[in-house]
Design a protein around this ligand. Sequence first.
Ligand code: HEM
Length: 361
Amino acid sequence: MRRLGLGKKGLEHQIEEVAQELVQIFAQAKGQPLDPMLPITNSACNVICTLAFGHRFSLEDKEFLKLMEALESGFKFIGSFFHTLYEIFPFVMKHLPGPHQKALLSIETVLSFGKKEVERHKEHHSLHEPRDFIDFYLLQMGENKDVPDCTFDDENLSQAIFDLFLAGTDTTSGTLQWALLLMASHPDIQDKVHKEIEDVFGSSQIIHYQDRKKLPYTTAVIHEVMRSKYVVLFGLPRRTTEDVDMLGYFIPKGTTVFPDFRSVLLDPKEWETPDEFNPHHFLDKDGHFVQREAFLPFGAGLRACVGEQLAWIEIFIFFTSLLRAFTFRPPGVKELNQEPVVGLTTHPHPYKLCAIPTSYP
Ligand code: HEM
């Protein structure tokens, strides 16, 4: 991931293009109520296509739409009752009818989508100038081909591509959906973001990720969206390798441990108003951005999110592009629902908002 080049010509530039496409889609609604979920999720998925395959798809491409449909069905299934049953009794469930059958087909669709791309990469021999995740993985496979029990193989490559889609689409999409909902619900905060962007960049200059230090308030807002509306509730499981005494609790060797991110993100000892959306959690008295130790939405340690850097770039570029182009308002007088729907990730309930072009009077 580190070698994938998040520089100007690399992924970052492509993310800027995907963000512009997203702005165009919002603009087509001409300020009328729109549901932002699908366009945002498609764009986040297209970023993963760029990362994994080195190219993205037209949002009308039939293959791409099939991939999106399969992913959606997979997201809905994971964490559901039938998924739990399937995990406990896979051999029995494989032969029984139920929603898990559709989900298993969808998983197969995503895996075979990845496999087709791997074959294309092998045919085009682009390994002398690796550009994407598949290229780097195939290089690694070549370098390790004589290593006994090496885990770099075709099977694991398509599984790793699947994991990138699974972990990298719904998380960034959910974060951006929350960000727009919170902007529409807090017009005073949205105005400050607009003003900061306008003061620093005017209306013509392109905003790059490197520019984020010039936008402390906007950066604080993005952090506060991720703190207050954390999209991942629990980290991946770990197992203790020795007996541990921690804060008066004894945890024996071999215990499975799931980090609960709310224990830090909503800790009243760490945050002034833990249950409120308050960007000042990340600002000092002079308005400078401050990093906080308890801000851990990507987890911590060796198993922390591998896509963190990409996620930051994506969220910053999408958010600033959208906020620069539009003012977001709820479609009526009713407040937008801020309760989360808890699934594989935590999302807002389906909602609509009006994206009013900022160039309108
Ligand atoms: C807002 C965006 C995101 C959030 C909040 C997020 C959060 C997380 C968290 C909390 C974990 C578990 C870490 C732990 O247990 O300590 C994780 C794992 C992971 N994330 Fe992300 N993530 C985001 C975006 C992404 C993106 C864009 C990608 C892909 C490019 C990605 C790929 C992964 C993968 C592959 C894992 C599993 C790593 C492993 O198996 O050890 N994530 N993420």
